[in-house]
Ligand binder design. Structure first.
Ligand code: SAH
Ligand code: SF4
Ligand code: F3S
Length: 473
C-alpha cells in the first residue's frame, strides 16, 4: 500500500491538462451535511477536465466516489454497507472486462483511514476532506496499488479547485452552497467534526466574492454560506483586515443577481452584535436561522462543553427577534447524552416550548470513539433514548405544523426554483425554506415574487402568485 503524504502543488487538478482519452463516467454519492454536498460538486468539477462526466447510474460508472459522513455510528456504518454493494458492481463489471475505481472520501475517510482498506479490499483510494483537490493524481497512482491521503495538507485546497462550466452551474439550479469557513475549534464532547475537518480556517473575502460572482453570472440567485462554525468566520478582507461574517454578508448582498443569503451552521457564542444587526439591516439575509442549542439543561450543556448555557441562548434569541421580528429559528437536539436525567430532558422540552422552533433536527446520542463523551460514565440506555426521542419528535412536529399554519393568509417572498409536480405548477422556497407550490408559468423560475399562502400540505405550502406587485429585483 502506498501512503501519499505531501504532493507537490504541480501534481494537482488545476494543472491537469485536458485529457484526450475517451470520456469516462463518474458516480458520486454524498452523505451528511451540506458541506459534503458542496465538496461532492467540487470533486465532480475537478474531475471533468480529467475526463469524467457524472452519471446517475452506478452500473455505468468507471469511477465511484462515496463522500461519507462520520457524525453518528449509523452514518459511518452506512459507508461499509454501501461499499459492499459497490464491490458487487465492480466484480460484475470486471466480468465484462470493465475496470471500476472505488474512492472513499469525506469524514469516514479522514477518521478511519487504513481501516477502510482493511474492511473492504475493493477500495482503491481513501481521501480526506482536505485532500480531494489532488484527486486526479491520486487516482492515477491508485491504478497500481491502493492509496490513502488523509494528512492535513499545507496548501489550501480551495486554491486548486476548478470552476464549473457555466452549463453545469445552470443545470444545478438557482440556489448554491459556498463554503466560506471550514473546521471547528470548539470540541463539543460528543462531536467528531474537529477531528475530521481540522481546525477552523476562513477563506479570504475576495475569493468568496469571485466564486459567488461566477455563480450569479450563471443565474444563481440564492447563496447559502457554509461552515462548521460559519458565524465564527474571520477571513482576510480586501483591505488586509479581518472581516466578520456580518461584513462578508454585507459585501455579498451587493453582488448583482444575488437576491438571498443564508448561512449555516452557527454556534450561539459566535452570534455577535454585528451579525444580529445584519439581520436587521440586510434585506437579502433571510429571516431564518439554524442555531443549534443541543439541550435545554445547563448540566448537560456543561458536560457537552458547549460553552453557552440555556439563558445565554434565550438572550441571543430575544435579541435576534428584536432585530428581525419575522425571524424563525431551527435547532439541533441530542437526546440521551451521558448523564441526561429525566429532569434534564424535561428542561429541553421546556426550552423548545418556550422558544418555538420552525423546524428541528434531533438525534439519539451516538458515542463516537475518540470523543470525550464516549468515555463518560452514565451512558443513557438505548430504550430511554428512544422513548425521549419520540416525545421530542411529537413536540417539534406540533410546533412545525403550527408554524406552517401561521403562514396561511400571509404573503411571503418566494424564490422559484423548478417546475412543480403537476402541469402548470412551479415550485419555490419561502424565506423559511419551505417548499411552496404555485400555479404559474415556468418563466418565473429564478425570480423572487410575492405569494399569498393559501394552504399547508404535509411537506409544502400552497400559494397564489400576487399579480403586478413589485418584485424585489
Ligand atoms: N457545527 C454544527 C454541528 C454539526 S453536526 C454545530 O455546531 O451545531 C450536526 C448535528 O449532529 C449536531 O448539531 C448535533 O446535534 C448532531 N451530532 C453531532 N454529534 C453527534 C453524536 N455523537 N450523536 C448524536 N448526534 C450528534
Ligand atoms: Fe461539532 Fe460542536 Fe464544532 Fe459544532 S461546534 S462542529 S457540534 S464540535
Ligand atoms: Fe458528517 Fe463530516 Fe459533515 S461528519 S456532518 S460530513 S462535517
Amino acid at each position: 500500500m502506498t501512503e501519499i503524504l505531501d504532493l507537490p502543488a504541480d501534481a494537482t487538478a488545476a494543472e491537469t491538462p485536458q485529457s484526450t482519452a475517451p470520456r469516462r463516467k463518474l458516480f458520486i454519492k454524498s452523505y451528511g451535511c451540506q458541506m459534503n454536498a458542496y465538496d461532492a460538486q467540487k470533486m465532480s468539477d475537478l474531475l471533468a477536465p480529467a475526463g469524467f462526466d457524472e452519471t446517475q447510474s452506478l452500473d455505468d460508472a468507471d469511477l465511484v466516489i462515496l463522500n461519507t459522513c462520520h457524525i453518528r455510528e449509523r452514518a459511518s456504518e452506512k459507508t461499509f454497507s454501501e461499499l459492499g454493494k459497490v464491490r458487487e458492481v465492480k466484480l460484475a463489471r470486471r466480468a465484462d472486462g470493465l475496470a471500476t475505481q472505488i474512492v472513499v472520501a469525506g469524514c469516514v475517510a479522514q477518521a478511519e483511514g487504513s481501516e477502510i482498506l482493511r474492511r473492504q479490499k475493493a477500495v482503491d483510494l481513501v481521501v480526506g476532506p482536505q485532500n480531494y483537490h489532488r484527486l486526479p493524481d491520486l487516482l492515477r497512482r491508485a491504478e497500481t496499488a491502493p492509496v490513502i491521503d488523509t494528512e492535513f495538507p499545507v496548501e489550501d485546497k480551495f486554491d486548486f479547485l476548478v470552476k464549473a462550466p457555466r452549463r453545469i452551474t445552470q443545470a444545478r439550479g438557482v440556489t448554491a452552497f459556498v463554503t466560506v469557513q471550514e473546521g471547528c475549534d470548539k470540541f463539543c464532547t460528543f462531536c467528531v467534526v474537529p477531528y475530521t475537518r481540522g481546525t477552523e480556517v476562513s477563506r479570504p473575502v475576495e475569493k468568496i466574492v469571485a466564486e459567488i460572482e461566477d455563480l450569479a453570472d450563471a443565474g444563481v440567485r440564492e447563496i447559502t454560506l457554509l461552515g462548521q462554525n460559519v458565524n465564527a468566520y474571520h477571513g482576510e478582507g480586501p483591505d488586509g483586515r479581518t472581516w466578520s461574517l456580518a461584513k462578508l454578508c454585507a459585501r455579498l448582498a451587493e453582488v448583482p443577481g444575488i437576491a438571498r443569503l443564508r448561512y449555516t451552521t452557527s454556534h450561539p457564542n459566535d452570534m455577535d452584535d454585528d451579525l444580529i444587526a445584519a439581520h436587521r439591516d440586510l434585506p437579502a439575509l433571510m429571516p431564518f436561522l439554524h442555531l443549534p442549542v443541543q439541550s435545554g439543561s445547563d448540566t448537560i450543556l456543561t458536560a457537552m462543553n458547549r460553552k453557552h448555557n440555556r439563558e445565554s441562548y434565550r438572550e441571543i434569541v430575544r435579541r435576534l427577534r428584536v432585530a428581525r421580528p419575522d425571524i424563525a429559528l431551527s435547532s439541533d437536539f441530542i437526546v440521551g447524552f451521558p448523564g441526561e436525567s429525566d429532569a434534564d430532558f424535561a428542561a429541553t422540552l421546556d426550552l423548545i416550548r418556550e422558544i418555538g422552533f420552525a423546524s428541528t433536527f434531533f438525534f439519539k446520542y451516538s458515542p463516537r470513539l475518540g470523543t470525550p463523551g464516549a468515555d463518560m460514565d452514565a451512558q443513557v440506555p438505548e430504550d430511554v433514548k428512544a422513548a425521549r426521542l419520540i416525545e421530542l419528535q411529537d413536540l417539534v412536529e406540533t410546533q412545525r405544523r403550527a408554524f406552517n399554519q401561521s403562514l396561511v393568509g400571509r404573503t411571503l417572498a418566494v424564490l422559484f426554483e423548478k417546475t412543480g409536480r403537476h402541469a402548470g405548477q412551479i415550485a419555490g422556497r419561502s424565506p423559511y425554506l419551505q417548499p411552496v407550490q404555485v400555479d404559474a408559468s415556468d418563466t418565473m423560475i429564478g425570480r423572487v415574487a410575492p405569494v399569498e399562502i393559501t394552504g399547508v400540505g404535509p411537506n409544502s405550502l400552497f400559494g397564489r402568485l400576487i399579480p403586478r406587485e413589485a418584485e424585489r429585483l
